[in-house]
Each structure stands twice: as C-alpha cells, then as structure tokens.
Design a protein around this ligand. Structure first.
Ligand SMILES: NC(=O)c1ccc[n+]([C@@H]2O[C@H](COP(=O)([O-])OP(=O)(O)OC[C@H]3O[C@@H](n4cnc5c(N)ncnc54)[C@H](OP(=O)(O)O)[C@@H]3O)[C@@H](O)[C@H]2O)c1
Length: 325
C-alpha cells in the first residue's frame, strides 16, 4: 500500500480508501445486504491490504452504513482513519430540501447548530469519541462558510473531530472555507467519463489540500459489461446512472471495445485500467472506491503495481473523450 498525508494534517491515509456507501444497502444498493460480522471481516481484509481510510456518511442507508461500521469497528478502531460527513440530515428540523430516499426527506443545513448536531449524531451512531475526518457533504448558498467552518473548528478544539474536508464543491468554496481553518482535502466526483473537476487540481495544489476522487468506477459502470448490461431495479443507484440507459449504455459498451485490448496487454481488469488512468491524472489523488466484497478490494489494490505507458494513457483518454457525461 502507498500512503499520503491528509492534506496539511499529520494524518496518514492509504492512497486507496474504502467507500462504505454500499454498506447502507436498502433500495439504493439493492443486490447485497451486509451484516456487522461481514463488515468486520471486510475491515480485517482491508487492513491486511494496508487500507486504513474509511469513508461513510449519515445519509448512506439513512444511518445504516454508520451504525454497521461503528459496530464492526469495535476492537478495530485504532487501525482506521474514520471519515464521515455533515450538512445533510433527515431530522425534520428545517433547512433546504435536498431529496427523498428510502422514504426519508433529506434536508441540507449548514447552520452551526445543525453541524454540531450532525457530528454528535454520527459520534453516537458509530459509538466513537472522535471522528478523524469530517466532510461537509454539500455546499450551501444560504449559510456562510464562516459560520460552518467556525463551528467545525470549535469541534476540532473539543476533540470531537480532527480534520475538515469539503465535497461537491468548487475552487471558490475551498478558498472561502480556508479563510477560517485548514481544509485538509476535497472529495469530488471524478471519473474517466466525468472529468469536470480536473479544474480543481490547481487550487488543491495551492492550498495543500488532498483531492479525494469518488465515483471513479461510476458505481460499477466502468468495471465491465456485466454491470452495464444488468437491468437494475428502480431506486437502485445504478438504475439512475446515465450509463444504464441509451444512448450512453451503447457508448460505454463501445468504449469497452477499445479498452479491452489494453486489459489484455497489461493482464489487468477493466476496473484496474480505469483506476490506473485515474491515479495518473493528479499526483496527490486519493482513490476512494466503494467496496462490499473482498474480491473487488483485492483487485483494486493491484492498481498500485500497474504501470500504463504514456501512449496507452493517451489512448484511454482519447477513447473516453467520445463519451464525456
Ligand atoms: N461525497 C459524495 O457526494 C459522494 C457521492 C458518492 C460516493 N461517495 C463516496 O465514494 C465512495 C465510492 O463511490 P461509489 O461507491 O459510488 O462508486 P465506485 O467506487 O465508482 O463504484 C463502486 C462499485 O464498484 C465495484 N468495484 C470496486 N472495485 C472493483 C474492482 N476492482 N472490480 C470490479 N468492481 C469493483 C464495487 O463492487 P462491490 O460493491 O461488489 O465490492 C461497487 O459496486 C462511496 O462508497 C462513498 O463513500 C461520496
């Protein structure tokens, strides 16, 4: 495993991080439901592979991912850097409407009192004394970054959290939040098919913030034909992705036609090819990947030994340029 600093903090995190959205199950990740025991075994396997960085959020399964993780972390806590999120809640206490999922209405609230309650609720759900890294899940056009960040700094002083990241944000947000404290990193959607956040790299360099990419495999849509050709039930995250519908579905299958010879050449999976390309896009990129199975975790870590030539990286870029989302 390779490790990097979580931005300007002293926290050392594995270059590959474990996305725990899928542990929330429900209608959203409908094909598997994972027990606490299985999660504990997954965590052991992750740490055997050197993965020490876990990402979850209150809204993943409406508390389920955090609760399962919290229970599975018993006796394992010291091996992991635990990251969760704030600013989205289903407490029915106001804020801005975000979405309805699994029968719950999720609201966005960045006021100091809501942020504090988010952190305290997550500590309770996971039964932890401290959360290593707290991500502001979405940005607000209503509450000032000053109010939100000042409260997060207070929570750091109280020992309840250790670092702050932003998500679904832009350079301007990072610049604004950074006026009130260290922004250790940003967690942003970035994939071979969705490269808009490339424009963020320069600001991350300037501010010493880690760029943690999510959705690198497009929730499985970039792992190969099987997932793309599956008819996902309504409500499942994969049924909402553009690659599950025409015309993008056919375009992604055509992309695989171009990439499969490279998988043959390097003896790697499609997921690895895409992950290797992603790691080459930014020197400090953290590869946040969703896992529910040992097999996918074991395959993913192989990417750290995979060297794709510059010519082939350019080929991958050119092939994907035809299918930008
Ligand atoms: N900040 C935000 O707004 C935001 C939004 C979305 C996600 N996230 C975070 O980012 C994490 C990752 O994103 P994601 O889970 O949406 O999507 P993803 O990482 O693009 O895809 C996850 C899917 O890819 C599969 N997979 C992983 N490695 C593989 C491999 N080597 N070969 C074949 N399949 C492989 C997983 O399989 P198995 O499940 O079968 O193991 C899972 O189904 C989430 O878990 C969450 O923590 C954050």
């Amino acid at each position: 495993m390779k490790y990097q600093n979580l931005g300007k903090t002293e926290i050392k995190v594995s270059r590959i991080s474990f996305g725990a959205w899928g542990l929330g199950g429900g209608n959203v990740w409908s094909d598997m439901s994972i027990s606490v025991k299985e999660t504990g075994e997954l965590l052991d396997y992750a740490s055997d592979l050197g993965i020490n960085y876990i990402d979850t959020a209150p809204v993943y399964g409406i508390g389920t991912s955090e609760m399962i993780l919290g229970k599975a972390l018993k006796g394992r806590r010291d091996r992991f850097i635990v990251q969760t999120k704030c600013s989205l809640n289903w407490r029915n206490e106001g804020g801005e409407f975000e979405y309805v999922r699994d029968g719950y209405t999720v609201m966005k609230d960045h006021h100091a009192s809501a942020i504090r309650k988010d952190v305290e609720d997550s500590l309770l759900r996971m039964d932890l004394d401290c959360i290593d890294s707290m991500v502001v899940h979405r940005m607000s056009s209503v509450v000032s970054p000053e109010e939100t960040m000042n409260e997060l700094q207070e929570l750091i002083k109280e020992g309840k959290i250790r670092a702050v990241l932003l998500s679904n944000s832009a350079s301007e947000d990072l610049k604004e939040y950074a006026k009130y404290g260290i922004v250790a990193g940003v967690q942003e959607k970035f994939s071979l098919l969705s490269q808009n956040q490339r424009r963020y790299f320069e600001t991350c360099r300037e501010y010493g913030s880690m760029f943690q990419a999510y959705g690198i495999l497009e929730e499985g849509g970039l792992t190969g034909r099987k997932i793309v050709e599956t008819q996902w039930p309504e409500g499942d995250v994969r049924s909402t992705r553009v690659w599950s519908k025409e015309p993008v579905r056919s375009a992604v299958l055509a992309l695989f036609d171009e990439l499969e010879p490279l998988c043959g050449k390097y003896g790697c999976s499609m997921a690895n090819l895409v992950q290797a390309w992603t790691l080459k896009q930014y020197e400090d990129l953290n590869l946040l990947t969703g896992f529910r199975r040992r097999e996918t975790m074991a395959d993913t870590v192989k990417v750290l030994d995979l060297e794709i030539s510059d010519d082939d990286l350019a080929l991958i870029t050119a092939a994907a340029d035809k299918t930008q989302l």
